[in-house]
Design a protein around this ligand. Structure first.
Ligand SMILES: Nc1ncnc2c1ncn2[C@@H]1O[C@H](COP(=O)(O)OP(=O)(O)OP(=O)(O)O)[C@@H](O)[C@H]1O
Length: 295
């Protein structure tokens, strides 16, 4: 497979990977991302989840076109139609807030959405004449998000956007992002370790573990496909199901399974997992298998 980065969106797909892999620093180095294939439909708000070192930032950096794949392909919109907020929020420290927004306008002629940028940047902590180097981490994030939304992107790539924001700012900025996605059909991919935050906002999931895709798809479909079974331990026959994880507490047995349509035995309770339960179960299962192979 050839290594390439394709810039187009086709058939309503905003981001697609096919056999995508990356080794930092050449062939003798370990894989940071391996065999990643997925399609992200346009207009989705996608949670990118996974433990530290799973490859989330690597995938976002590849999507932003700042790294070339070692193998496989990644397809995105044209560079002008994407915005990327990296984990370290790169900005020019010597510029003021106002000059940074002016630069955003100058670099995006004909596309700059001053209202969208101002909706994020208009905040008492972000005075127009303050220099970027004087801003706190959370204020810098706010400015980086203002630049990204002002670009009016079709695809918005956000690496832990809420990590250094206070609780009020998180709620406000998450609301602005969701409103933007709803109004303009923006596709958003956001990484986070806060699963509850992702569950509230996202309708699509990419779960990475050890550089590989563990789960990918619409959140509703993934939740529908999984069931939590609870029953007495001595009756546990899970052979009809694909088992993700099991747990025994005293005589009570629970399992997260894909029932694949098989009936639930009498005396057992079934419930739909939360997104958080689903993610944690798959991460536990991946940690327990040597290769973290996808279920
Ligand atoms: N510049 C680099 N050079 C070499 N290895 C790297 C580099 N950046 C990341 N890696 C390695 O690639 C793997 C994936 O890292 P990545 O930063 O993509 O993970 P992540 O899921 O974003 O983690 P976190 O949640 O901690 O931010 C890790 O093993 C990491 O050590």
């Amino acid at each position: 497979m050839t290594a390439e980065h394709t810039r187009h969106s086709t058939g309503g797909i905003a981001l697609a990977a096919d056999g995508l892999g990356l080794r930092y620093g050449g062939r003798s180095r370990p894989w940071s991302l391996r065999d990643c294939s997925f399609d992200l439909p346009a207009g989705r708000v996608c949670a990118l989840a996974g433990p530290n070192g799973a490859g989330k930032s690597t995938l976002l950096t590849l999507a932003a076109g700042l790294l070339r794949p070692t193998e496989g392909t990644i397809s995105t919109p044209e560079r002008e139609r994407m915005a990327y907020v990296a984990q370290d929020r790169p900005l020019y420290p010597q510029l003021t807030v106002g000059e940074t927004l002016d630069l955003g306008r100058a670099l995006n002629p004909g596309r700059w959405d001053a209202d969208a940028a101002l909706a994020v940047a208009d905040h008492p902590g972000l005075r127009p004449n303050a220099t970027v180097r004087s801003l706190s981490g959370g204020q810098r994030t706010r400015l980086a998000l203002a630049l990204a939304l002002g670009k009016r992107p079709e695809l918005l790539l956000l690496d832990e956007p809420m990590a250094d924001l206070d609780p009020l700012a998180r709620v406000q900025l998450m609301g602005l992002l969701m409103a933007d996605a709803a109004e303009h059909g923006t596709t958003i991919v956001m990484s986070s370790h806060i699963l509850a935050e992702l569950a509230d906002a996202c309708d699509h999931l990419l779960l990475l573990h050890d550089g590989r895709i563990r789960l990918a798809g619409a959140v509703d479909d993934l939740l529908d496909a999984h069931t939590v079974l609870a029953g007495p331990a001595q009756d546990a026959d899970l052979s009809p199901y694909t088992v993700v994880v099991t747990a025994t507490t005293g005589r009570q047995f629970t399992a997260l399974v894909r029932t694949e349509g098989a009936p639930v035995p009498d005396g057992w309770q079934r419930s739909e997992p939360s997104l958080e339960e689903l993610v944690l179960a798959h991460l536990r299962a991946a940690s327990a298998t040597p290769e973290g192979a996808a279920a």
